[in-house]
Design a protein around this ligand. Structure first.
Ligand SMILES: *[C@@H]1O[C@H](CO)[C@@H](O)[C@H](O)[C@H]1NC(C)=O
Ligand SMILES: *[C@@H]1O[C@H](CO)[C@@H](O)[C@H](O)[C@H]1NC(C)=O
Ligand SMILES: *[C@@H]1O[C@H](CO)[C@@H](O)[C@H](O)[C@H]1NC(C)=O
Ligand SMILES: *[C@@H]1O[C@H](CO)[C@@H](O)[C@H](O)[C@H]1NC(C)=O
Length: 406
């Protein structure tokens, strides 16, 4: 009953500015009932609520709402980390309810659900403000709610964006790279594997390494399999800390001896496991890993390497705007510069209106951005995206090297 009462109270706040109608009232109470996640026997509760919903009068529900509002005010509404001014509107609560259905969300406790509601509506407002700028031509990308929208900034930082402190080694850049093509989309040339999802693990670095290796395996016709992220999370320990961050270069360096293991032989765990030697199952090995640091960023170098080589891994500094990117070319003023996330660049091009961009692949599932991909402004070292590049020359199990074009 507690969930019903408290959430009805959230709903009630909306009534200050909006006229309630019976349909909305039923909708809200149904949503609340169907998500009674503390109920140990969901099927019995569902049938119970079905039979009661038609007989329940508005009066008793209104009473419950009033009672709930009292509790809400004393218990939650003043909770420091979960406030929202002005309070949620009816329209915004609808948005939240719909979102929980779309993304199949259930929450453990009432307090959590309350805080998630607040975070989601906060993001909804920020997106709305930002998209107004987009309409006026003052922004180059659009924002939208996605499956990450109920996370707090802190959760996103600590869960999805962990990156080990920089200990990256400089290696000599290749000297004369071929001229770059005008635009590249390695997806169209079959070098890009499926989009992954980190879940609760800060292993973006391993996903980015895997994307690079998948590109080379496909380019050299060694294998079309996806590369095991978990093998690197568990086994690559030099300057990498599993779910607490790492560098793509060191993930690939580990595969010199550890081997490039297919996901089918070393599946994803969403966490850290014990390292298992699967060298016998390797489909290839890293021959030479490379990392280059460019203090001021070097878009031209990265463009040339992407053009002739394939997908590469890069690091950048991301925050709220990036988390809610939905379309267009990502660009913000005064982006942070201390890198906290790794992704792969799988192409580049120029949008006639929105400018030059990198085509990037993220590891935040298909629900993020454009089916897991995004366009990020190119040539500005935006968020430090052009300050480092990681890639590798690989070989097959017989030792035939897949040469990097020079
Ligand atoms: C919600 O779950 C609690 C705990 O199991 C239960 O007592 C209560 O009746 C449920 N409420 C509804 C509306 O189903
Ligand atoms: C609330 O935020 C503060 C700092 O912003 C943090 O230290 C604290 O752990 C947060 N509390 C909860 C319950 O998240
Ligand atoms: C929604 O979540 C439940 C419980 O986690 C799961 O059993 C169900 O398959 C999910 N449905 C969809 C459409 O993802
Ligand atoms: C990978 O897929 C491509 C395109 O579908 C195909 O031509 C190629 O033979 C496949 N390579 C391997 C090693 O299976």
């Amino acid at each position: 009953m507690k969930i019903l009462v408290i959430l009805s109270a959230v709903f009630f706040i909306a009534l200050v500015s909006a006229q309630i109608d019976r349909e909305n009232l039923n909708y809200a109470s149904q949503m609340v009932r169907s998500e009674n996640s503390s109920d140990p026997n969901p099927s019995s509760s569902a049938s119970h609520s079905d039979s009661s919903s038609s007989s329940e009068s508005d009066e008793t529900l209104a009473d419950k709402i009033k009672k709930g509002l009292k509790i809400l005010k004393t218990k939650f509404y003043s909770a420091k980390n979960c406030t929202l001014i002005p309070p949620p509107s009816l329209h915004e609560l609808h948005e939240f309810f719909q979102w929980t259905v779309t993304h199949n969300k259930t929450y453990g406790t009432v307090a959590e659900k309350f805080c998630r509601t607040i975070h989601l509506i906060h993001n909804f407002r920020e997106n709305h403000q930002h998209n107004k700028l987009f309409k006026l031509g003052k922004a180059t990308f659009k924002r939208a709610l996605n499956h990450l929208s109920d996370l707090t900034k802190r959760e996103i930082r600590t869960v999805l964006m962990k990156f080990a402190p920089s200990t990256s080694t400089r290696s000599d850049p290749l000297t004369a790279l071929p001229q770059a093509r005008r635009s590249v989309d390695w997806r169209k040339e079959g070098l890009v594997g499926p989009v992954g999802f980190q879940y609760n693990c800060g292993n973006c670095w391993a996903w980015a390494s895997a994307a690079v290796l998948e590109g080379q395996l496909r380019k050299c016709r060694i294998s079309n399999e996806s590369v095991s992220v978990q093998s690197m999370v568990d086994c690559a320990t030099e300057y990498c800390e599993g779910c607490d961050g790492g560098w793509p270069y060191y993930g690939m360096k580990w595969a010199i001896d550890g081997g490039i293991i297919p996901t089918s032989k070393y599946p994803y765990l969403d966490g850290e496991g014990y390292c298992v030697d699967r060298k016998q199952e390797a489909i290839g090995f890293v021959d030479t890993p490379y990392v280059h640091d460019f203090y001021y960023g070097d878009a031209e170098y990265i463009k040339r390497i992407v053009s002739s080589y394939g997908p590469v891994a890069v690091a950048l500094c991301v925050g709220d705007d990036f988390t809610h990117y939905s379309s267009g070319v990502f660009y913000i003023n005064n982006c942070c510069t201390t890198v906290n996330h790794a992704i792969s660049i799988v192409g580049y091009g120029s949008d006639p209106k929105l400018g030059d961009y990198w085509l990037i692949k993220n590891s935040w599932d298909l629900s993020w951005g454009q089916d897991g991909f995004a366009k990020v402004a190119r040539g500005h070292n935006l968020c430090s995206i052009e300050s480092t590049v990681h890639y590798a020359q690989i070989k097959d199990v017989k030792g035939n090297v897949c040469r990097i074009p020079k």
